[in-house]
Design a binder for this molecule. Structure first.
Ligand code: MN
Length: 357
């Protein structure tokens, strides 16, 4: 037996995953093949840009203490030409669905300004998509500071600008999306039949559990905890019973939730004090109303767990450009220990279905 030290210091290779899979009785997991014959053509869904005004108003998060790294991120967020296309080509990405970066419009306190910022971001993105329709598509920014304005802007973005859905950066002015005020927005989303990408944003407050530990405040942990909780708020609010055709996309391999489904079901049954029918359990709604992307996670172990928990139709490739290296993300999925049929679904097939391409 290897020691825990050895296990911790070494990423899980294909051989070990196969051993673990066999030991766990996961015979149905598609682990046969370790490498695509040729790099798979890809669609990526969590790929960000910034407008000059979002930048100027401090609505571009800074997830690094390195000046050099942040300068490179800013340069790439503003670019729609050589830098972005070269990164896409390095990973075999044909099509990037672009979105305004975090916190973006969600971070604006003033409602009228938020409405203007969303329109600006969507108009800029529409121009870029129009220039390169084969390479770029759009997720709309929506000013949820005013739910009625958000509906109007979403309808404009989908119907007039041809966008594929919306990406929302967490809470808006302290309100999470299970708040009753957003129900008409969700109804509009279902009517338009487009997905909502639920992306991390700023936390509305400063929880004591992160106090004095600035390392935890951003993507190292706080964003994962906040976005995972946001997804669970939607499930427990009954939103997906009222609007069963909604589709929510979570990045970062599902913000840890695929790993926890059994426990969430089991402890929820304890909380309500009775056992629940399979279609009343939280996991039912997670499997039916959510898909996840591989954005920002280049690691076989959570990919295999997500495949086991959600199935091969519910995992979509993404990079999280420019916060994640495109080539690293492309190499990861091209070499992941899955069959080429499953790889094709993750790289492009599932995205075509979810985005109606
Ligand atoms: Mn992102």
């Amino acid at each position: 037996m290897p020691s825990f030290d050895n296990l911790a210091s070494r990423p899980l290779g294909r051989r070990n995953l196969l051993k673990i899979g066999a030991a766990a009785g996961l015979a149905s997991l598609p682990l046969e093949q370790a490498k695509a014959a040729t790099p798979m053509r890809k669609i990526a869904l969590e790929e960000h840009f910034a407008t000059a005004e979002l930048e100027k108003r401090g609505l571009v998060a800074r997830p690094t203490r390195s000046e050099t790294l942040f300068a490179d991120i800013e340069r790439r967020l503003a670019d729609f030409d050589e830098l972005r296309l070269a990164a896409m080509d390095s990973a075999g990405i044909d099509l990037s669905v672009l979105s305004a970066t975090t916190p973006g419009v969600q971070g604006e306190k003033d409602t009228a300004t938020a409405i203007r910022l969303a329109q600006q971001a969507n108009d800029l993105l529409a121009q870029q998509v129009h220039k390169r329709p084969g390479r770029y598509a759009g997720f709309a920014a929506v000013p949820l500071q005013d739910p009625a304005a958000a509906i109007k802007e979403l309808q404009r973005a989908i119907k007039d600008l041809g966008f594929k859905g919306t990406l929302i950066n967490g809470q808006t002015n302290g309100h999470y999306l299970d708040d009753e005020r957003f129900l008409p927005f969700w109804e509009a989303v279902q009517d338009l039949d487009v997905p909502v990408y639920l992306h991390p944003g700023d936390l509305p407050d400063k929880p004591a559990m992160f106090a004095g530990r600035p390392e935890l405040n951003g993507p190292v942990w706080a964003w994962t905890a906040d976005t995972g909780a946001h997804a669970l708020r939607l499930i427990f609010s009954g939103l997906f019973t009222r609007l069963p055709r909604l589709k929510v996309i979570l990045g970062h391999m599902g913000e840890t939730l695929p790993f926890l489904l059994w426990r969430i079901d089991n402890r929820y049954e304890l909380e309500v004090g009775k056992s629940l029918a399979p279609d009343a359990r939280p996991s039912f709604f997670f499997r039916r109303n959510f898909v996840i992307t591989t954005s920002g996670v280049c690691d076989n172990a959570p990919l295999i767990d997500a495949l086991s928990a959600l199935g091969e139709d519910n995992i979509l490739f993404s990079v999280d450009y420019p916060y994640q290296d495109s080539k690293q993300a492309g190499d990861f999925i091209d070499n992941a220990p899955v069959s080429d049929a499953v790889r094709a679904k993750i790289c492009n097939g599932n995205a075509k279905r979810v985005l109606h391409l």
